[in-house]
Write a new protein. Structure first.
Length: 265
């Protein structure tokens, strides 16, 4: 049984305004405070990072909810209108960043090269990184799932040292499952996760591959979280829609925590 601590992320995407964001953070921080077998992190929109971070810091408990950013830029400063640097994010209390989310790849048009620059710059700045990978529906139908995930993992982590991998989490998010209500079956997700772990083993060796957490994302809900998280290579989840409802997000973090308790007990 793996010793990996599951990690559950709440990706709020471009949703909520200040009052609701603070309220959601407050409830989440209070209610997951007693859990100590899983990690939780929330990714609010940029304008609310500082306020949400302040709320999270004020709450106490066994599990502190970390503050994450949905995006970042690899340059340290200068004429990059609209972009936000790593040091600015650290300044407002951000500890971890998403890179390569499918909406940034396929809606905004980010390339593997840009994603890789962001991953390396974030790690160099001392931030943790969640690298998102996942195939589109047509790629899945052509049997390309594992090849797409392998390529996005290899490109995304090019130039990253094995010693930095302790600060990297992979999020496998099949594009066809995001926001659609369609979830990968636990078996399909497990197969994709196992293949991604194989790619990590080829890149960094078996020890690093076994220690790296791989989250599943795509229509995770309280009703399907436990079964997904109990798969041997699934180490928690990256949650979109359900992370905007405190009850649902807390139930999903509880499911991750319970998986560990069941494995240990
Ligand atoms: P949903 O949970 O809404 O499908 O979104 C998943 C996701 O994209 C998290 O990053």
């Amino acid at each position: 049984m793996s010793q990996r601590t599951p990690i559950v992320g709440g990706n709020w995407k471009m949703n909520l305004h200040a009052r609701d964001a603070k309220q959601l953070a407050e409830v989440i921080a209070q209610r997951v405070g007693g859990l100590d077998k899983a990690e939780a992190v929330v990714f609010p929109p940029f304008p609310y990072l500082l306020q949400v971070g302040t709320v999270l810091k004020a709450a106490s408990g066994g599990l502190t909810v970390k503050l994450g950013a949905q995006d970042c830029y690899h340059e340290s400063n200068g004429a990059f209108t609209g972009e936000v640097s790593m040091s600015m994010l650290k300044d407002v209390g951000v500890e971890t960043v998403l890179a390569g989310h499918s909406e940034r790849r396929h809606v905004i048009g980010e390339s593997d090269e840009l994603i890789n620059r962001k991953v390396r710059a974030a790690l160099e700045a001392g931030l943790d990184v969640v690298l998102c990978v996942g195939e589109k529906l047509e790629q899945r139908e052509l049997g390309q799932t594992d090849a797409v995930n392998a390529a996005q993992t290899q490109y995304g982590l090019a130039g990253v040292g094995a010693g930095q991998m302790g600060r990297v989490v992979i999020a496998y998010e099949p594009v066809w499952a995001i926001g659609t209500g369609r979830t990968a079956t636990p078996d399909d997700a497990q197969g994709a996760h196992r293949a991604i772990r194989g790619t990590l083993a080829a890149m960094f060796g078996d020890k690093v591959a076994q220690a790296t957490r791989i989250q599943y994302g795509g229509s995770v809900k309280p009703s399907n979280a436990a079964e997904l998280f109990s798969q041997p290579d699934i180490d928690g989840g990256l949650i979109g829609g359900a992370s905007l409802k405190a009850d649902d997000f807390v139930a999903i973090v509880e499911a991750a925590s319970a998986t560990v308790a069941a494995a240990v007990g």
